[in-house]
Design a protein around this ligand. Sequence first.
Ligand code: ZN
Length: 74
Amino acid sequence: MSYWVYENWTAEDKAVVHRGDCGQCNDGHGCHKNIHGNKNGQWLGPYSALSLARAAADATRRAVRKDHRCTKWP
Ligand SMILES: [Zn+2]
């Protein structure tokens, strides 16, 4: 299992932790086209553990840091 952080600085100043198999993450490709080079945000990762992804989210110093619900999946 891999974990990713989506860092967004337009809609909301935030960093959200996702699992690689989350539909919104899709192993860092995201659900949006053209995510790379996108000025809205960027994916950080992959990280091999949830704790590492959370640490990376903290390191962004975004105002909001949280886990997406996918991180609670069994
Ligand atoms: Zn997710």
